[in-house]
Design a protein around this ligand. Structure first.
Ligand SMILES: *[C@@H]1O[C@H](CO)[C@@H](O)[C@H](O)[C@H]1NC(C)=O
Ligand SMILES: *[C@@H]1O[C@H](CO)[C@@H](O)[C@H](O)[C@H]1NC(C)=O
Ligand SMILES: *[C@@H]1O[C@H](CO)[C@@H](O)[C@H](O)[C@H]1NC(C)=O
Ligand SMILES: *[C@@H]1O[C@H](CO)[C@@H](O)[C@H](O)[C@H]1NC(C)=O
Ligand SMILES: *[C@@H]1O[C@H](CO)[C@@H](O)[C@H](O)[C@H]1NC(C)=O
Ligand SMILES: *[C@@H]1O[C@H](CO)[C@@H](O)[C@H](O)[C@H]1NC(C)=O
Ligand SMILES: *[C@@H]1O[C@H](CO)[C@@H](O)[C@H](O)[C@H]1NC(C)=O
Length: 354
């Protein structure tokens, strides 16, 4: 707090004591786009009556400092708001602060006897948030730090947002999805004061996958493409295709993002893997099995038909065989009784006689 002695400028008459203006926040600091309030009170002899109060800005004009009434400065017209009265309060609010609002502000009043202006001033600093992401470009897993501050004290509390979500940790190990734009805002002034920084997270290919077109059953002679895709930053620029079969070991069969078979042959059957790479490294897709020729469904249909035909052919034979067998066993049974008795007694005789 400072008490400021008023300078008497004009109007004749006796000089009276007890003139003062008190600026309660003499060097405020505020953010561009935000509002600031100069808290201010004044006193004057009871014998005078206040006719008019004014705020002035110290402006450089023709090489000289001049105090210019805010009411005549067009750029302040819609942004300044007198919060005081004509008694003892002289507060002023400035809204939507601009960089060139930085400077000295003076209070003045006109009574029926004197025009006075404060000798000292309120010094306003309009500042912006200092935002930084370090480093700006990282490899996945590296440490990243977000910093947001203000040159003046006390600094308002700020928060970092990414895609409108608040960031709780401003120091972290970068992951692929941490890449993007971060915005620092002053709490309560989210719409006015936002400053953004961009983080680039680089990584070797992830989620490498192979798409087979056309999907589904592959016929001999058809055109088939294997397309390799991946998530990588920078994008993968090196593709290598490998193939393995039951009889051969892993061999390199192509390069480039698409492995094309203009005409599929059974000799193309096998397990395929795509390796995608950028300057940071490589990663493999999961294995894709390629089979052409008679597919399982055709096989089942063929087997189904075969079995049916076989059954239809065999059925009469089976019926005949069963019928013959039945007849034969029926005949045997008719004679078996005698035969059994005979043979049994015969055996017995043989045993006892020997
Ligand atoms: C102040 O606001 C009025 C009404 O909104 C507008 O007509 C005028 O142009 C504004 N003046 C300045 C200096 O922005
Ligand atoms: C401050 O800058 C704004 C534009 O940014 C301009 O319109 C205005 O006249 C300037 N005010 C002064 C006092 O120079
Ligand atoms: C990889 O795939 C997983 C699961 O689908 C997904 O959560 C992740 O975001 C992907 N990674 C990248 C870098 O796209
Ligand atoms: C390969 O990608 C998978 C996810 O798709 C990931 O878990 C793995 O760490 C990657 N390997 C390398 C060497 O980058
Ligand atoms: C495979 O790719 C080639 C060349 O890119 C294209 O001419 C052909 O139509 C594609 N075949 C299929 C089945 O997508
Ligand atoms: C592409 O990848 C292969 C296999 O990893 C490697 O030998 C080759 O040097 C890479 N080429 C480029 C241009 O990076
Ligand atoms: C991808 O698979 C091929 C064939 O199995 C292998 O030679 C290569 O080392 C693998 N690459 C990675 C990054 O695992």
């Amino acid at each position: 707090m400072i008490a400021v002695v008023l300078i008497l400028i004009m109007k004749p008459g006796p000089v009276s004591a007890a003139w003062s203006v008190t600026f309660k926040n003499p060097d405020p600091c505020a953010l561009k786009g935000a509002s600031v309030e100069f808290r201010c009170s004044y006193s004057y002899p009871e014998t005078e009556n206040v006719l008019k109060t004014s705020w002035y800005k110290g402006c450089m004009k023709d090489g000289h400092w001049k105090r210019v009434d805010l009411s005549v400065l067009p750029s302040y017209q819609n942004r300044s708001e007198y919060l005081g009265d004509q008694q003892h309060s002289c507060g002023l609010a400035l809204h939507n602060l601009q960089d060139n609002d930085t400077g000295h502000y003076y209070f003045g009043l006109e009574t029926d006897k004197y025009i006075r202006q404060s000798q000292d001033s309120v010094f306003l600093s309009v500042t912006e948030l200092n935002v930084r992401v370090s480093p700006q470009r990282v490899r996945m897993g590296d440490n990243v730090k977000l910093e947001c501050g203000m040159s003046c004290e006390p600094a308002p509390s700020t928060v970092w947002l990414k895609d409108t979500q608040p960031i709780t940790n401003t120091e972290f190990q970068a992951q692929a999805d941490d890449a993007g734009t971060y915005v620092c805002v002053v709490e309560g002034l989210e719409s006015v004061n936002s400053h953004s920084v961009t983080l680039d997270v680089q990584y070797s290919p992830l989620n490498v996958s192979v798409e087979v077109t056309p999907p589904g059953l592959l016929a001999v002679g058809s055109s088939v493409n294997l397309t390799c895709s991946s998530a990588a930053n920078p994008v993968a620029d090196n593709y290598t295709w490998y193939r393995a079969t039951a009889s051969t070991s892993i061999t390199q069969v192509g390069s480039g993002p698409v492995l094309s078979f203009p005409s599929m042959e059974e000799s193309h059957n096998g397990v395929y893997v795509c390796q995608a790479g950028n300057h940071l490294g490589e990663n493999n897709s999961t294995e894709v099995l390629l089979t052409v020729g008679r597919t399982d469904i055709y096989k089942s249909i063929l087997i189904g038909i075969g079995v049916t035909v076989l059954l239809l052919l065999l059925l009469p034979l089976v019926i005949i065989w069963i019928w013959k067998h039945y007849r034969k066993s029926a005949d045997t049974e008719e004679h078996s009784h005698d035969y059994e008795n005979v043979s049994a007694s015969h055996d017995y005789e043989n045993v006892t006689t020997s």
